[in-house]
Design a protein around this ligand. Structure first.
Ligand SMILES: Nc1ncnc2c1ncn2[C@@H]1O[C@H](COP(=O)(O)OP(=O)(O)OP(=O)(O)O)[C@@H](O)[C@H]1O
Length: 259
């Protein structure tokens, strides 16, 4: 069934707080998996254990059969675990195309002395990546001129520059208008399907989660309390209880969707 990632019994405590507690899950190739839960549920801690920024107290993470626990973040990135950030990280004075070229130069470990030649280096690949996120017509614009939604698409192209096996997206739509959120996630879902990348994303906007996630995992106080498709999660009484007790969030969203 082509499992890309196997996380087993992940646990992490900070002082007296059990941030993640015996959390296990598998991820398939080309799967778009949402990790949701209320504030403080342990989502970011979980991400940081997957990409090596935090060492679990217990448990293992295997990427295509290789253990990641104990390996440095940079090496894990090189093994194929990419990440997009909540805060958009681009060089604002450089053009869109140059930013993607810089990501490619960094991945291929080319020296920054070559910067003067960077306008030629990896140009074709950078153009392909911009086309993938429908940003080709913005290639020569400075990043400082871009609208926020376009910056997020650029960020996605940068994250794809090293051909990740697994892409971690921590609240990819934070700060975006609702219509932009849906568009960005629709684009991401299309790329996931076309490139067969596996994605784990966290998201507070349930419309985005239900519209695009193939499968949803729900964390609460560090524990996995539910797993399933959108409709399974929506109907799960434990999940409804966790989200403001009694499903107020889901009801509000259903009303908004049908209005
Ligand atoms: N470095 C840290 N030191 C101490 N406590 C931490 C640290 N990182 C996280 N925690 C605690 O661990 C718990 C889980 O936090 P985490 O940030 O993983 O949750 P989250 O689900 O990502 O929350 P949010 O949706 O608000 O980002 C919280 O109680 C948090 O206060």
């Amino acid at each position: 069934m082509n499992t890309v990632l196997e996380a087993r019994n992940l646990s992490k405590a900070f002082g007296g707080i059990q941030a993640v507690d015996d959390f296990s899950f598998d991820l398939r190739r080309g799967e778009f998996l949402a990790l949701i839960g209320p504030n403080g549920a342990g989502k970011t801690t979980c991400f940081n254990m997957l990409n090596g920024y935090l060492k679990p107290d217990r448990g293992s993470v295997r990427l295509q059969g290789k253990e990641l626990v104990g390996i440095r973040p940079r090496k894990i990135w090189r093994m194929g675990v990419g990440r997009t950030f909540q805060i958009t990280e681009t060089f604002l004075s450089m053009t869109v195309l140059e930013n993607v070229q810089m990501a490619l130069i960094s991945y291929h470990r080319r020296c920054f002395d070559l910067f003067s030649r960077a306008t030629r280096l990896y140009r074709d690949r950078a153009e392909q990546l911009l086309e993938l996120v429908s940003m080709q017509e913005h290639a020569s614009r400075a990043c400082s001129e871009l609208a926020y939604g376009d910056l997020k698409r650029l960020e996605l192209a940068i994250a794809l520059a090293h051909d990740p096996v697994l892409l971690l997206m921590d609240e990819p739509t934070a700060g975006m208008a609702p219509s932009e959120r849906v568009a960005l996630m629709a684009l991401t879902a299309e790329i996931v399907a076309r490139q067969q990348v596996s994605v784990v994303f966290t998201e507070h906007d349930m419309d985005v989660v239900f519209a695009h996630a193939h499968r949803i995992l729900v964390l609460n106080r560090g524990e996995l309390i539910a797993e399933g498709t959108g409709s399974e999660i929506r109907e799960n009484p434990m999940v409804q209880e966790v989200y403001l007790g009694g499903g107020a969030v889901f009801e509000a969203e259903n009303e908004a969707a049908s209005a």
